[in-house]
Every structure is written in structure tokens, then in C-alpha cells.
Design a binder for this molecule. Structure first.
Ligand code: FAD
Length: 313
């Protein structure tokens, strides 16, 4: 059933029939029936309450860098969290008791739509380190929390002090101790809860040191990953004790295509949109890779990329 118009009941920006391909890094897929762009946590909360009441299906999009959208699009409401819900503030901390050295840990509150790049730039300017490993990951903070985004042996979960999550018109704070982060997964949120903001614990660090680390991470990425092509980063999760990219390469699949979708020649775990691919091409390529790797090595590769709009299949 189509979601009824609700623009009279919500004060945020609403659009019908919003193309989603330009909002994802894979650049495929059809439109969302409705797109909603809240700019405050209160607006996000009232939107979620309204959608509950209307019974409308909904899904959050951050930077769309880990998302494959179906060619038919999404029949529900796409809640798009971007820079307008991307404020960054320092969390004031109680002064240390006299005689105690001030801790070099600094708490920072970041709204979910903030891009990782914008957060890194903000932190660099203020001499706050601990997030350098995120350099080159094109996500939002909300998406990076949900995916427990990581690289080079570090992941965002290690920096999370608390989350502000939103559902049914309310905002709730979840403390670190009630959250469990593992490989590309966070547990401790209810299924209907949306990450509205994250409180991160950063450390004081020389800007020059941060800059050097960030540069190094960018260079490592440049050497290992395809550039200037549409992808969602690593498409499959690494199976325990192995690498999806190694298995795909060993199965002889580098460069293999389905329609406009292709297994990258540079990094076999990147499925790229090389020539005007459709979502169906990427899905077919995903299945082909899974079948071949299963046949060759007996390993079932699970996608790391999330799917949107394929429910009708
Ligand atoms: C070139 C490239 C390199 C990459 N390298 C890495 C890497 O090194 N490490 C890594 O971990 N990932 C990597 N990725 C994948 C991706 O960037 C990360 O997973 C990123 O954190 C996703 O954030 P996003 O905002 O784009 O999420 P989206 O793709 O928008 O969403 C991902 C999922 O999270 C949900 N979601 C998003 N925001 C919220 C929210 N606020 N509340 C609740 N649910 C939400 C969505 O519904 C969806 O299911 C890479 C991607 C690309 C394109």
C-alpha cells in the first residue's frame, strides 16, 4: 500500500518519487516513493512517530556507500540523513578534582548525518585524534555506527562512548556498556531505532601527527583499491580467518562481468558499476561470485552491502 501524503503533519522537507541512485555510491537503483530529510533530532523523532502511526515502511540512508538499491526503487519512505543533521559539538566535561591531571580524552557529539570526512576535518583542526583510520571511508556517522565501519585493525565501535537513538517519537541514550560491536555489526539497538547522534571519545593529538596518519591511510587505500569508479567498497564480508577478495581472485573471477557490473581487477572484493550497470546486474554478479566461491572453496560469502527494495523478489 502506498504511503499517504503527510506533508501537513510534518514540518521537514518531503519529496515524492525521489531518485536514489545519485544518493548512493554504486549509482544504481530506482526512486523512493517518498524522501524525508529531517534537520533536527526532534524532527526525526516526530517523523518516526508519524510513520509508525501511518504504518509506512521506512529506511534510513546516510551516504548510501554501503547500499544496493533495487531497479524498481523503494516503495516506502527513505529517511535521508545528510549534512543538515550533521552538527558536531564538544561535550562539556566536569573539571577534574584539584591536583588531578586533566584526562586527554575528549567527548564529541556528532549528529548521524555528518560525513566521516567532515568529522575528520573538524577533529584535525582541533587536534583531536583517534579517527584517522576512517580516512577514505565515504560514509555518514550513523551509517558507520550501524556498520561498525573499520579499517587497518580499528573500528568505530572502539570510539563510541554512547549513542542517541530515536524511535516512536522519543530519543533514548544508550551507554557504551549496553552496546556490543563486532565485525560490521552493532547490537544493543532495537530494530526500529535510528541512530540520531553518537558521542565519541577522542584523544588530544598534534594536528601534524593526525595529518600524517590520514595521509598514510589515503595512500594505502590508493594502492589497494580501485579509484574513480562507482562501488560500495568491499561487497562481501571476510569469512572467518580468510579474505573474500582472496577467494574471489583465486576462483578466477577478477574482471568478470554481468551487464555493466564487474568484479574489479584491482581488488576482487569490489563489485563495480563500470558501464551503466543496473541493480539487477550487480545482484546477478553477486550471486555468480557466491556460487563460484562456494563451488570452489565450500565457503558461503555473505554480502556486507545492505539491500534496499528487493523485498518483492
Ligand atoms: C570506496 C569505498 C570504500 C569503503 N571502505 C570501507 C572500509 O574501509 N571499511 C568499512 O567498514 N566500510 C567501507 N566502505 C563501506 C561504507 O562506506 C561504510 O559501511 C559506511 O560506514 C556506510 O555509511 P553510510 O552512511 O554510507 O551508510 P548507508 O549506505 O547509507 O547505510 C548502510 C546501512 O545502515 C543503515 N543506516 C544508515 N544510517 C543509519 C542511521 N543513522 N540509523 C540507523 N540505520 C542507519 C541503512 O539503512 C543501511 O542499512 C567503503 C565504501 C566505499 C564506497
Amino acid at each position: 500500500a502506498e504511503c499517504p501524503l503527510f506533508s501537513e503533519n510534518w514540518d521537514g522537507e518531503l519529496r515524492r518519487n525521489e531518485p536514489l541512485a545519485p544518493l548512493t555510491t554504486l549509482r544504481v537503483g530506482g526512486p523512493a516513493a517518498v524522501a524525508a530529510r529531517p534537520s533536527t533530532l526532534a524532527q526525526l523523532a516526530s517523523l518516526l512517530a508519524l510513520l509508525d502511526w501511518l504504518g509506512c515502511p521506512r529506511r534510513v540512508l546516510g551516504r548510501g556507500s554501503n547500499l544496493l538499491v533495487a531497479d524498481e526503487g523503494y516503495a516506502g519512505v527513505a529517511i535521508i540523513l545528510g549534512q543538515r543533521l550533521g552538527r558536531i559539538t564538544r561535550v562539556p566535561v566536569a573539571p577534574e578534582p584539584a591536583g588531578r591531571e586533566a584526562a586527554d580524552r575528549v567527548l564529541v557529539r556528532v549528529e548521524a548525518g555528518c560525513s566521516l570526512a567532515a568529522l575528520l576535518a573538524w577533529a584535525l583542526k582541533r587536534g583531536l585524534g583517534g579517527l584517522e583510520f576512517l580516512a577514505g571511508i565515504p560514509g555518514s556517522i550513523g551509517g558507520a555506527v550501524m556498520m561498525n565501519a573499520g579499517a587497518w585493525g580499528e573500528s568505530l565501535g572502539e570510539r563510541v562512548h554512547a549513542l542517541e537513538v530515536v524511535s516512536g517519537g522519543r530519543v533514548r541514550v544508550i551507554n557504551r556498556s549496553a552496546l556490543e560491536f563486532s565485525y560490521r555489526l552493532v547490537q544493543g539497538l532495537a530494530a526500529d531505532e535510528v541512530v540520531g547522534a553518537a558521542i565519541l571519545a577522542l584523544v588530544a593529538r598534534e594536528p601534524a601527527t593526525i595529518q600524517a596518519l590520514v595521509r598514510q591511510r589515503h595512500e594505502q587505500r590508493r594502492a589497494a583499491q580501485p579509484r574513480g569508479v562507482a562501488s560500495a567498497g568491499s561487497f562481501f564480508k571476510n569469512p572467518p580467518g580468510d579474505y573474500a577478495g582472496r577467494l574471489i581472485e583465486q576462483a578466477g573471477l577478477k574482471g568478470v562481468r554481468v551487464g555493466g557490473a564487474q568484479v574489479s581487477r584491482k581488488h576482487a572484493n569490489f563489485l563495480i558499476n563500470s558501464q551503466g550497470a543496473r541493480a539487477a546486474d550487480l545482484l546477478a554478479l553477486m550471486k555468480l561470485v557466491q556460487e563460484q566461491v562456494l563451488a570452489r572453496f565450500g565457503v558461503r560469502l555473505e554480502p556486507e552491502v545492505h539491500l534496499l527494495g528487493f523485498e518483492r523478489e
